[in-house]
Design a protein. Structure first.
Length: 469
């Protein structure tokens, strides 16, 4: 019995050691599962490796599906070597402990600070932090079929003193969940988060200063928050001189989102005629924004929300301050705008007729007049309960309001006269909000009466006959 007990204890000790063992990379000589040739370390076995201390002018090639433990690890390259390269079709995990840094140089091979070859995937996790300082190209870059997942509390900071550098660019997918990302690059830089595929930002804290690039760009779908999620679980701040967010289809479920953009704040767009703003969508475009929750504050120099397709709002809070005196709109969609929930205040310019609603189950009203920067707009319900209060971050000359029930508005504590929403009509919804217009007009949708047009044609024909006589 004693021998059996000893055997079982020995077995579990051996199992524990095997499961939790790792190899420390020395960077001076080859070891188990890795080799060193001049300044290049090549990891070849699917094992766990510890990287610690300070290194310079080294290239780490991971040609296996391995786990790399960054334990207060620093690698700074002054030459053309790419710090980290993940080989084709390999899945690599970096676990962060303590504070680690990666920096390339202005003579980098144009691969990136971390470079993923075709089909590779990278997961960054752990309770530590990683600071990436790209001086020439992209912090985390990948070719065809590459993906990135950041989770488990990991913190990534991307900063650079050079222009024309980018943050994260993977071709297939990018997912952030329960993570922290700080992106701070100067004017002239590329996008903060960019992919030819889809992006999910579920929980965590994200502060993106993308210089001249977009804050977030996905060529397919972008998901922000989670369905029925708490706004406190996600904090997303974007500051850019380009567009804040651009994707083909955008889904916003939850989170506290603040966007400051010199151009459009949110743009649902894609290349090609499938979703081109020059094409008449008629409510059937592939591009769309679905906003079902979240607390969105958006300040833009052009359109606030620009959708080359349909816009659906069913909950949450939206505050928009767009251009105050141009053809740009606080909310501009080519397809249908459907509102069934949420609190909406959209301020900007009245020059194009204002926000055009296709259907709504809520109360819509407008105000046309000057709103000075710094002014206080407060919305109250019929029982004088405050529904929304906003300090105007910039001047506006038009405000669109949409709330679940009747309301009044005060400007700097003085109640202002707001108008019942008047729909001007567009090709996407000729009958206006709620489709309650019972006019049986079968014309071309621009409000003209076909009978009047036919009468003019008949009169003109009769006039020609008289002249010929």
């Amino acid at each position: 019995m004693k021998l059996l007990t000893i055997f079982i204890i020995f077995f579990y000790i051996t199992l524990f050691i095997n499961v939790h063992s790792s190899t420390t990379i020395s960077f001076t000589e080859s070891g188990t599962g890795y080799s060193i040739s001049e300044n290049t370390v090549t990891i070849t076995s699917d094992d766990t490796y510890d990287l610690t201390g300070t290194q310079t002018d080294k290239k780490i090639i991971v040609s296996s599906s391995s786990t790399l433990n960054f334990n207060t690890f620093s690698l700074t390259n002054s030459g053309s070597l790419t710090p980290i390269v993940i080989s084709e079709n390999k899945s690599v995990k970096i676990v962060l402990t303590g504070v680690s840094t990666l920096q390339d140089s202005a003579t980098n091979e144009n691969e990136g600070t971390i470079y993923l070859q075709k089909g590779a995937s990278l997961t960054i996790a752990g309770t530590g932090s990683l600071s990436i300082n790209p001086l020439k190209y992209i912090a985390i870059n990948g070719t065809e079929g590459t993906s990135l997942t950041v989770n488990d509390g990991a913190t990534i900071t991307i900063s650079s003193t050079s222009s024309n550098v980018g943050g994260i660019y993977l071709r297939k997918a990018i997912t952030f969940n329960n993570a922290v990302l700080v992106h701070n690059c100067p004017s002239g830089s590329e996008h903060a988060i960019d992919t030819e595929g889809s992006i999910k930002i579920i929980k965590g804290t994200y502060n993106l200063n993308s210089g001249s690039g977009k804050g977030i760009q996905a060529e397919t779908n972008l998901y922000i928050g989670e369905e029925n999620g708490s706004n406190s679980d996600l904090n997303l701040i974007i500051t850019t001189s380009d567009e804040g967010i651009e994707a083909k289809q955008i889904y916003i479920y939850s989170g506290t989102i603040k966007i400051t953009a010199e151009e459009d704040g949110i743009n649902a767009a894609a290349s090609g005629d499938e979703c081109d703003e020059t094409v008449n969508c008629s409510g059937n475009c592939a591009c769309s924004l679905t906003f079902s929750g979240g607390d969105l504050t958006l300040i833009s120099g052009e359109d606030g929300i620009d959708i080359n397709g349909d816009l659906t709002i069913s909950g949450g809070k939206i505050v928009v301050f767009a251009a105050s005196s141009s053809a740009d709109q606080p909310i501009d969609q080519d397809g249908a705008l459907t509102i069934t929930g949420g609190n909406i205040l959209a301020a900007g310019s009245p020059e194009m007729g204002g926000v055009k609603v296709s259907s709504t189950t809520q109360v819509s009203k407008t105000y046309t007049g000057k709103i000075s920067s710094g002014a206080n707009l407060t919305v109250y319900d019929e029982s004088n309960n405050q529904l929304l209060s906003v300090i105007a971050p910039k001047e506006a000359n038009y405000v669109f309001f949409n709330f679940p029930k009747e309301f009044s508005v005060k400007l700097n504590n003085d109640e202002i006269s707001i108008s019942e929403y008047s729909y001007t009509g567009n090709n996407n919804s000729p009958n206006g909000p709620n489709n309650n217009n019972n006019n049986n007009n079968n014309g071309d949708g621009d409000g003209d009466d076909d009978s009047n047009i036919n009468y003019l044609k008949l009169s003109f024909t009769f006039l020609i006959i008289l002249l010929l006589m």
